[in-house]
Design a protein around this ligand. Structure first.
Ligand SMILES: Cc1ncc(COP(=O)(O)O)c(C=O)c1O
Length: 434
């Protein structure tokens, strides 16, 4: 589901007209639908119900506090990978015990903070980190539950930038080293290594890749058991696809069908399950609203130049990602029947939808068939809720976009637009370092 639909020819977020949001909040603006966020959490929880997992929403996908609060109220914990994300999760009112903390480069300070506040699960990514965690926990005299992120050497079949479960990547510890690391911590008084963590990439559209990674983990769990190490937590990671182009993504049930039967026997053995979905929950819950600044017609091409491009939504240029784009107030009844490259409509013309930045990679769509556009038109870029605002930049000194959360007939500003003065706020006249 997504909460964005054309009603009487006007694009709405739930019951609020997008053009009204643009008038009040300006553009570029990310608009999120609370009903869509809730619906996605519910669908995932229903599909995975036999495992009764804790879904830890992946904060990196959409870190806005208002969004975090919606998914937290819906029963999510949080998956964080930095002190900044940890602060966000806590600020959204999430109990530390419902937070999983991962990341390959945790500093001593971040480990101290995570252990002191008592995160539910600290996911360790290397032998070196494990040693430091054990030392810090002993110094602080605080117990901490650890899961070892294992690298199953399974190719997720996704973009190379988001493949995280093969030996060539920096993530996790080779399975062959895991037993030795569990042995090292066998009698530690504070650092309890009692879990495994898997996350092979994002998005993973072939569900058999999960099955392959889980089989590696199950064999390891069996070997660990034989040595007397009980596994109490299995964090299955995230990576569930969102419907970027209609029909491309497996359903939550399809993911569950590949995963649940494999790990269900562990539940009777007292294992707790975590999931770390980000994209599946947030991607279709967000639309990026842009204004057309200029339509530039050259002999060979038409460029629709918008008030933001890769600075607001990096995915097309960074991951070659497809995002459906359409005017929020289309003329002549040109309402699309499908959100795909082929919309089933006549009267369209090809154009490149680009941003204002001085970079050829600054585009949202290339050679896309769209209705004729004019300066001032409002464009909606769909499925922009995940890895949109969280990857936005100030490149070319562009202020960060605003964010709006819609819930039913109510639209609320969830982050005000950055001002030009704020762009300069952190810079001082050069002064000697103290
Ligand atoms: C460790 C970990 N868990 C979960 C996620 C979330 O992935 P997705 O948003 O595709 O569900 C990521 C994404 O990079 C990740 O690195």
């Amino acid at each position: 589901m997504d909460g964005f639909a054309f009603i009487d020819g006007h694009l709405h977020a739930e019951r609020v007209r997008m053009s009204t949001i643009a008038e009040r909040a300006g553009t570029p603006t990310f608009v999120y639908s609370a009903a869509t966020l809730r619906d996605h959490v519910r669908k995932l929880r229903a599909a995975f119900a036999p495992l009764d997992p804790l879904p830890c929403f992946s904060v990196k996908s959409c870190p806005n506090l208002s969004v975090l609060r919606v998914v937290a109220v819906e029963g999510c914990g949080m998956d964080v990978v930095s002190r900044g994300e940890l602060r966000r999760a806590l600020a959204a009112g999430v109990e530390p015990s419902r937070i999983a903390y991962a990341g390959v480069g945790k500093t001593r300070e971040s480990l101290e903070e995570a252990i002191t506040i008592g995160v539910g699960c600290l996911n360790v990514e290397s032998a070196e980190e494990l040693e430091l965690v054990a030392r810090v926990a002993a110094e602080l005299r605080r117990p901490i539950s650890l899961a070892l992120r294992v690298n199953p050497d399974v190719d997720a079949g996704t973009h190379r930038h988001t493949t995280t479960g093969t030996k060539a990547t920096k993530f996790g510890v080779g399975v062959e080293r895991a037993e030795e690391l569990f042995e090292r911590l066998r009698d530690h008084s504070f650092a309890r290594l009692e879990g495994l963590h898997l996350h092979i990439g994002s998005p993973v559209l072939d569900t058999s890749r999960y099955a392959a990674a889980i089989d590696v983990a199950l064999a390891l769990i069996e070997r660990l058991r034989r040595r007397g190490h009980a596994i109490r937590v299995l964090d299955l990671g995230g990576g569930f696809g969102a419907d970027y182009e209609t029909g491309q993504s497996p359903s939550p049930q399809a993911y569950a069908d590949a995963i649940v039967p494999r790990v269900l026997p562990l539940r009777d053995q007292g294992v707790r399950f975590l999931l770390e979905p980000g994209r599946f929950i947030a991607a279709n819950a967000g639309v990026l609203l842009l204004r057309v600044v200029r339509v530039k017609r050259e002999a060979t091409k038409t460029f629709v130049i918008c008030d933001a491009g890769m600075n607001a939504l990096l995915r097309p240029s960074h991951y070659d990602a497809f995002h459906f784009i359409w005017p929020a107030e289309p003329r002549d009844g040109l309402v699309p029947t499908r959100r795909a490259i082929e919309t089933g409509l006549a009267g369209l013309a090809p154009c490149d939808v680009v941003g204002p930045l001085c970079e050829t990679g600054d585009y949202l769509a290339l050679d896309r068939s769209l209705p004729p556009l004019r300066e001032g038109d409002l464009l909606a870029t769909f499925t922009a809720g995940a890895y949109g605002m969280s990857m936005a930049s100030r490149y070319n000194a562009q202020p960060l976009p605003a964010e709006v959360l819609v819930d039913g007939d109510r639209a609320a500003l969830a982050r005000r637009r950055e001002s030009l003065d704020e762009l300069l706020a952190h810079e001082t006249d050069p002064e000697a370092l103290a």
